[in-house]
Ligand binder design. Structure first.
Ligand SMILES: [Zn+2]
Length: 505
């Protein structure tokens, strides 16, 4: 009995230590504005520590398992926690991909004396636990303890949906999940897909095509579409910008929406989102150099399209939406500029996957775009004033305006066309709804824009005239695939005027 108590005491010590060192760092950059929201977060951390307790109980059950398992657990946790605090970096499939494709010199650049000291310190602590465990000796009824531990873990992991989701993002589950997700997305990349068939091609002498996938930006919050606040100060004074205010997206989550936007999938054949290559392959087959520049994680449903591109750049690969630290779409401009200087081709396609208006809004608003105040001050959504949530959201639209306008400015002197389409909208308090992905009506009307250069208009005056004429027509997001091809003089099988914003019909 005395041994059992000493074992229990060890398990509690290990669990509390792990929670403080490896789980709490995930919350240190969370914005809170009072004891109530801080208490909610601490409650979350306490709830997450139950899982740590079950893991510690299993790892400490047997002396030999403890001798290997505890140092491994502490060492890996130390590395994850260090990069989370020092670089606001969190393991995810995009980061694994970047790490696997980095060179040794770059990899050595992220190793410092501080991480080595921290790592060794955690190992020493783990060896103290191992020593402690060896002194306890064998405990009675280990199988009962094991079953109880597994039962506690299962109840903790599957007992509450919100906690389940949160646990998946914390150490150690996020490590296991990131590795599994990466393996799964690499598998999905290699699955056979059909190349969209082009039924006619009439290529221009030179053309740059840019597609910016927006995130959670709703059409009715653009001043270009009549929103009373000035959320588009730059695009509203730029010439050749056409806003499309009547786009309908049946999909309200990124994972579903993006594959449908990029492929010939439509309402009659939605399955093509998962069996067809995207427009990137169509452009590549016509001699375009292609690049995917992203500010988002590599979702499994759209990862295959990322790897269709010749070049993939992810300047913020270490960020996920669970990192409450600023990162901006403006960070994508330097890689674009670098690519444009390197490439000499006459036909180029650039696809951006922006972070746009994704929660936590403030994290994606550079200081110069904080136009509406007061902004939110709390990562716990319900603890914010609804008016402040809308202010912060509108600031993300101002950020989109700056980002899209900055991209356009790099193409002004070229024969070029820039598309922008958000993947879906966002709920902003309608019927008590917030955020997106729940299928709410207000999340089905994404912002959409097209900009063309003067050279493009001189080369294709009919297309531009038709575009202006079609501006207020209703389209499903299915238009994007066919219209992008159409802008570059390509027509795919399945093309119809209903999908083509450049169609005179
Ligand atoms: Zn989205």
């Amino acid at each position: 009995m005395f041994r059992q108590l000493r074992y229990l005491w060890l398990v509690l010590t290990v669990a509390v230590w792990n929670t403080l060192c490896f789980v709490l760092p995930d919350f240190l950059d969370s914005q809170t504005d009072g004891w109530k929201s801080a208490a909610i977060i601490l409650l979350y951390v306490a709830a997450l520590s139950v899982g740590q307790m079950a893991i510690a109980a299993v790892l400490s059950l047997n002396r030999y398992v403890a001798a290997v398992g505890l140092p491994l657990y502490a060492g890996l946790g130390a590395v994850m926690a260090y990069y989370r605090v020092a670089f606001h970096a969190k393991l995810n499939p995009a980061l694994i991909d970047a790490a696997l494709h980095t060179n040794p010199a770059e990899a050595a650049g992220v190793i410092s004396w501080q991480i080595i000291v921290w790592f060794v310190f955690q190992l020493l602590v783990a060896f103290l636990w191992v020593h402690w465990r060896w002194r306890i000796g064998d405990i009675s009824h280990p199988w009962v303890v094991l079953l109880v531990s597994i039962g506690i873990f299962a109840a903790w992991y599957w007992g509450n949906g919100r906690l389940h989701h949160s646990a998946n993002q914390r150490y150690p589950l996020h490590v296991a999940r990131s590795v599994c997700r990466y393996i799964s997305l690499r598998r999905s990349v290699s699955l056979p897909r059909q190349v969209p068939e082009l039924r006619s091609v009439c290529p221009p002498d030179s053309l740059d095509v840019v597609m910016i996938i927006g995130e959670s930006t709703r059409a009715d919050h653009l001043s270009l579409n009549g929103y009373p606040r000035q959320t588009c100060p730059r695009l509203s004074v730029r010439s050749n910008v056409v806003s499309l205010p009547s786009i309908f997206s049946p999909y309200t989550g990124t994972a579903e929406s993006v594959p449908h936007i990029l492929t010939p999938a439509d309402s009659l054949s939605p399955g093509k989102a998962y069996t067809s290559y995207s427009f990137i392959t169509c452009f590549a087959r016509q001699g375009y150099t292609t690049a995917w520049i992203t500010n988002q994680d590599y979702g499994r449903t759209y990862a295959p399209f990322i790897f269709e591109a010749d070049t993939v750049i992810a300047p913020n690969a270490s960020k996920t939406v669970y990192v409450y630290h600023p990162w901006y779409d403006l960070d994508l401009l330097a890689p674009l500029d670098g690519l444009m200087r390197q490439q000499n081709g006459t036909h180029r396609l650039y696809v951006f996957h922006s972070i746009g208006s994704h929660w936590y809004y403030n994290n994606h608003v550079p200081p110069q775009c904080e136009r509406f105040r007061p902004v939110i001050t709390n990562r716990v959504l319900t603890q914010n004033d609804p008016a402040a949530i809308v202010n912060s959201y509108d600031n993300t639209v101002v950020s989109m305006d700056l980002f899209v306008d900055s991209v356009i400015s790099l193409f002004v002197s070229r024969n070029a066309i820039v598309f922008y389409l958000s993947d879906h909208g966002e709920s902003l308090g309608e019927n008590g709804n917030w955020l997106h992905a729940a299928g709410a009506e207000e999340t089905k009307y994404p912002a959409a824009l097209v900009w063309y250069s003067d050279k493009y208009e001189q080369t294709f005056p009919d297309r531009v005239a038709a575009l202006k004429n079609n501006r207020t027509k209703h389209y499903r997001t299915d238009y994007l695939f066919y219209s992008l091809l159409s802008a570059a003089g390509m027509e795919a099988t399945g093309h119809s005027p209903a999908f083509d914003i450049f169609s005179p019909e």
